[in-house]
Ligand binder design. Structure first.
Ligand SMILES: Cc1ncc(COP(=O)(O)O)c(C=O)c1O
Length: 421
């Protein structure tokens, strides 16, 4: 099937929710993808953080095949072998006690918000009305369902769907005074991404996270951390909050958890989990045997890669800093581990760089207008990082209005030409 045919059919048949790049991917292996023309691409986005083990990982393939022959789905009205084992592994690495499994990041986030309200109802300590307000952050992203949108601090996602869930107050990331001003005994939870992803890779400051922990602890409110993008090994630790020495009450994870199959989880303490009883929350698909069996294998593989993620992340970060020192158009390098960003001086330049790299067979993306985001698979090598750095070095010299793609590509041996067979 050709790209043109697929593009025409989608234009007629799908809701126009995406402006896709004109590439039809057909297969992948390791850190590479191949399109319908046989052109290889170095993938430094990994399905926006999902394909953390790259493509066609042998241990994941083996588990997928074995489990798909046995049992793909069973309703949550019955037991299967893998949910408790997966919950045990997640509890061990997170320092939390219990898990609820669902299908996506936004669903995990909805579960976390519901849990915070249920906990507030159970611990109705201010006498008359349960705590109900939620503090969320400007520039945050928690998903596309209504609760997630209500706590997402970006007007462009929220405005067309108003009115949203009431009771959400927004505070600037790392604004200590703002947080102190807005926090009171009516707040049931402070909600934040440990590293804002869609907002342009902005880590929370240690002081802000500590304050959020202190305020919530003092008033028996909850600290909810969204680690859907930054968790599960992405920063070189199991969870990004482990860089800060702060323990949350609830953590949400999803993206890489089942190595490409849809699976999310809400992790929490025994104390918070007491607010839940049978019938209060649920899902048809969440936590099925196939996704959970694969997730158990993902966690095994992730454990072996944490040291490598840190080493590769440090190397990549240093190389990006080298580019920043060389190119005046680079404003800042941010991030931890293999969740990195390069902020440029203009949205047009960021757009042109992403397009240029794609033509050369390198996938990255642009978030928050001016930010180049890098989320390569955990198996990435220094050699592959060098390849991306070289391509960026050339692309950052582009005259954004003038330079025709072909001339720039001609200056270098591209990822595509090296791998084409
Ligand atoms: C931090 C964060 N939270 C939540 C979500 C929503 O996840 P999903 O798209 O799986 O619903 C995302 C997705 O990008 C995310 O980055």
């Amino acid at each position: 099937m050709s790209l043109t045919h697929v593009m025409r059919s989608e234009a007629d048949l799908l809701l126009p929710t995406y402006e896709r790049s004109p590439v039809l991917f057909q297969r992948g292996r390791g850190v590479h993808l191949w399109d319908s023309q046989g052109k290889p691409y170095l993938d430094f986005l990994s399905g926006i953080g999902v394909n953390a083990l790259g493509y066609k990982h042998p241990a994941i393939q083996k588990t997928l095949l074995q489990q798909s022959r046995k049992l793909i789905h069973i309703s949550n009205l019955f037991f299967h072998e893998y949910q408790a084992e997966l919950a045990r592994l997640l509890a061990k690495i997170s320092g939390l006690d219990r898990a609820f499994f669902c299908n996506s990041g936004t669903e995990a986030w909805e579960g976390a918000l519901k849990l915070a309200r249920a906990y507030a109802h159970l611990h109705n300590s201010n006498g008359h009305k349960p705590k109900w307000r939620l503090i969320a952050l400007d520039n945050s992203f928690h998903g596309r369902t209504f609760g997630a949108l209500a706590t997402t601090g970006s007007p462009k996602y929220r405005a067309p769907f108003a009115p949203l869930l009431p009771g959400v107050i927004f505070v600037k990331l790392n604004d200590l005074d703002g947080l102190k001003r807005q926090f009171d005994s009516s707040v049931c939870a402070i909600c934040l991404e440990t590293i804002q992803g869609e907002g342009g890779i902005h880590p929370v400051s240690p002081a802000f996270l500590e304050l959020a922990r202190k305020l919530t602890k003092q008033s028996d409110a909850l600290l909810i951390l969204d680690e859907i993008q930054c968790g599960l090994g992405r920063t070189g630790r199991h969870f990004a909050y482990q860089h800060f020495g702060v323990q949350p009450d609830i953590v949400t994870v999803a993206k890489p958890l089942a190595a490409g199959l849809p699976l999310g989880a809400v992790l929490t303490t025994d104390r918070v989990a007491r607010a839940i009883h049978p019938g209060l929350h649920g899902t048809t698909f969440g936590g099925g045997p196939l996704a959970c069996a694969v997730a158990i294998e993902f966690l095994r593989q992730m454990d072996k890669l944490l040291g490598h993620v840190k080493q590769a992340g440090d190397y990549f970060h240093a190389q990006l800093q080298w580019l920043a020192a060389k190119h005046a158009t680079v404003l800042e390098i941010r991030g931890l581990g293999l969740m990195l960003a390069m902020e440029l001086d203009s949205a047009d330049r960021a757009k042109a760089v992403v397009r240029q790299l794609l033509e050369q067979g390198i996938i990255i993306n642009r978030t928050h207008e001016t930010v180049l985001r890098f989320l390569p698979p955990y198996i990435v090598s220094n050699k592959e990082i060098d390849e991306v750095i070289q391509a960026l070095d050339v692309a950052l010299n582009l005259k954004i209005d003038a330079a025709p793609m072909s001339r720039v590509i001609g200056q270098k041996q591209t990822a595509a030409s090296r791998l084409r067979r």
